[in-house]
Design a protein around this ligand. Sequence first.
Ligand code: ADP
Ligand code: MG
Length: 391
Amino acid sequence: MERFEGIYAKSVVAAALLLMVAPPFLFGWSWENTVYRAMIFLVVASPCALVSSIMPAILSGISNAARKGVLFKGGVHLEQIGEVKVVAFDKTGTLTGGKPKLTDCIPSEGHSEQELLTLAASLEYLSEHPIAKAVVDYAKDAGIPFESASDMQAVPGMGVSGTVNGRNCRIGKKELLASLNMDDAMLQTAGKLEADGKTVIFVESGGTLTGMLAVQDILRPGVREAVLKLKSMNQKVVMLTGDAKLTAEAIGRAAGVDEVHAELMPDHKLALIRQLTEQHGKVAMVGDGVNDAPALAASAVGIAMGSGGTDVALETANVVLMTDDISKIPFAISLGRRARRVIRQNISFALAVIAILVVSNFWGCINLPSGVVGHEGSTLAVILSGLRLLR
Ligand code: ADP
Ligand code: MG
C-alpha cells in the first residue's frame, strides 16, 4: 500500500504540472484558468480517502474483536482470517477442555496400582501437558507418595522420560515405548478404552512395562455448535492430534469435524497444514501446545488458546482467544470477511469520487470550494464507513 501511495502521489504532481502547461496550447485555456484548474486538481486527486479506506476499518475490527476476547496481533491477520477456507483444530486442550480426569489405572502383572501411580506422578510432576496434570492431581487426591523425577525430559507429542529411583523411566503413548513387548490382552484393553474416547498412556521402568493409565477429557462447551457454524460458512473443519486413532475418531465424531488426522508428531501437523493449504487455500490452525507451534507458524492464521495455552503457542500465534472460547472463531472469520468487504467498498468509493471530481474539474463543472467539499466529504465518508466494524 505504501508503495502504491508513493506512485500515486508522484503521478498526481506530474499530472498537475502537465495540466498547468498543456491546456493553454491544446485547448486555448487562459493561464489564470489553467492554474486554477491545476490547484483544484491537486486538491481533489490527493489520495486522503484512499488512504483512509483501510486503517479505520482495520482498527475498528481489531477493537471490536478485542472487546469479545479475540486478540489480533496485527491488522493483516484480520484480513487473512476473512480468506480462510479450512479450520484445523488440535484436540487435547483445544477441542477438549484440557482438564482430563484419570479414569483407569491398570498395572501389568507383578506390579501394584500404587507403584504404577507413584512412577507416573513422579515422571509427570514437572510436565506442562494436560494429561500430566490429571495424573498428578489423581495421585495427590489418592494420597500416593511420589517425588519429582530427575533428568525429566518432555518429548512433544509423545510423552515424558526421566530417572526415578536410579532407573530410566518413560510415560506416554505406545510409540514412545515401541521397544517394549506388550501382550495382546493389554493392547486389547487399551483399544477398548480408546474406542470410548479415552487417551491411554503406558508407563515403563527400567525396560519393563509397569502398566497403563487412561484419562478422559470432555469437549469444551459449544464446540459442536461452533463446528456446525463453521461448516455452514463453507469452511472445511479438520482435527489434527497426536493422540491414538481410536480416541481421536471418538472425539472427532462427538465434535462433528469433517476429517480426523491422528497419531501426528509436531512436524506431521506442519506437513498437513502445508498440504491442506495447497489443496483448499488458506488454513487457520487452532492449538494450545508446544507440539502445535510449527503448525501455528505455518498456517495463514495461527490461533492460540489464551488461558490454557503454553507460552510457545501464545508467542507463535497471530490471534489469541483470551477465554479459550471456540465459538469466537466463526465470529472472527465473519468479522474478517466483513472487514475485507468494507475495505473493498471504501476503496471503490474513494476511487470513484476522485475520478468524478477530476473529470468534472477538467470540464469546468466544479470550483475550488466544491472540490474541497467533495474531497473532504469522501474522506469523512470512508472513515465513517470503516467505523461500522465497531458494531
Ligand atoms: P494433541 O495433539 O491432541 O494436543 P499431544 O500431541 O499433546 O496431543 O499428545 C499426543 C499424545 O502423546 C497424547 O495423547 C499422549 O498419548 C502422549 N503424551 C504427550 N505428552 C504426554 C505427557 N506429558 N504424559 C503422557 N502422555 C503424553
Ligand atoms: Mg494440545
